[in-house]
Design a protein around this ligand. Structure first.
Ligand SMILES: NC(=O)c1ccc[n+]([C@@H]2O[C@H](COP(=O)([O-])OP(=O)(O)OC[C@H]3O[C@@H](n4cnc5c(N)ncnc54)[C@H](OP(=O)(O)O)[C@@H]3O)[C@@H](O)[C@H]2O)c1
Length: 243
């Protein structure tokens, strides 16, 4: 008896709709084949986000309710391709981040993270905490032995974070939000790729968009590279068009 064909989104398989229509592709293998050549002096940046059909990025303050097995498979596969994860302090807290296979860099001006949080639970996989020099002086000692605190002066510039990550030999990073951090990276034109999931849910409300920050010029375009489907979710890959 032959096995029934996998349901889209199960066991890491998705259907590719464009540019090469095919069914039951392995999402990890597909992402592994993508070119991510880092620009000079900094890692390649891939923004990884999910939104509802009507543009919401969270339900009751977290993103988990928007996805499903297919989005989880895509999220895990995207992380596997990256050398590091960059995330804003509010997302790391709201989503109760845990140590990952690759370094997690948290951007936090205030350095007011909870040192008992799950993120700090593995001394062998300590997060990098990028913060201001003042906050590092005031609160840095709370993280002795559980995180590396990296002061970057009076203000935190996304490029300075990326330059430090590159200096550590990290060539690709997943920018996992939230909207405040995304807005700053987009504003500085530091997003090279966007992996976006569109959920079939309409959520309503007045919640944030994928990015919240300075208005961008009319030429801040990305070009469509790929469209996948897993169940009723769509997965699109866009690449920054700087031509
Ligand atoms: N749908 C999705 O895919 C997705 C993905 C990620 C997050 N989310 C949702 O997004 C929400 C959180 O997003 P958010 O926009 O409120 O917050 P966020 O971007 O995750 O974090 C904002 C925080 O990051 C720090 N920060 C960012 N840029 C900084 C800078 N230049 N200088 C100093 N500090 C800086 C600040 O931390 P301090 O306050 O410590 O100074 C700031 O409060 C959550 O509900 C989460 O579930 C959804």
């Amino acid at each position: 008896m032959s096995a029934s064909p996998p349901t889209p989104g199960e066991a890491g398989t998705l259907d590719e709709l464009w540019p090469t229509p095919s069914t039951s592709i392995d999402i990890s293998a597909r992402l592994a084949g993508d070119d991510r050549t880092p620009p000079d002096g900094r890692p390649w940046v891939t923004m990884v986000m999910i939104s509802s059909l009507d543009g919401a990025i969270a339900i009751d303050g977290v993103s988990g309710g928007l996805g499903g097995p297919a989005d989880h498979a895509r999220f895990v596969a995207a992380r596997r391709q990256m050398d590091a994860i960059v995330v804003g302090a509010r997302t790391a807290t709201a989503e109760n981040y845990r140590p990952a296979a690759v370094p997690i860099a948290v951007i936090t001006g205030s350095l007011s993270l909870d040192p008992t949080a799950r993120l700090f639970s593995d001394p062998a996989r300590q997060p990098l905490l990028y913060t201001t020099t003042q906050a590092a002086q005031d609160r840095g000692d709370q993280f002795d032995g559980i995180a590396e605190v990296i002061p970057l002066g009076d203000s935190l510039e996304p490029l300075a974070v990326l330059v430090d990550l590159r200096r550590r030999g990290l060539l690709t990073v997943a920018l996992e939000g939230g909207p405040t951090l995304n807005g700053q990276f987009l504003g500085a034109d530091l997003v090279d790729e966007a992996l976006l999931s569109v959920s079939p849910l309409a959520v309503g409300g007045t919640g944030s968009r994928l990015a919240s920050g300075p208005a961008l010029g009319p030429d801040h375009r990305f070009c469509l590279d790929r469209v996948l489907r897993g169940g009723d979710l769509l997965f699109v890959r866009y690449l920054r068009d700087r031509a």
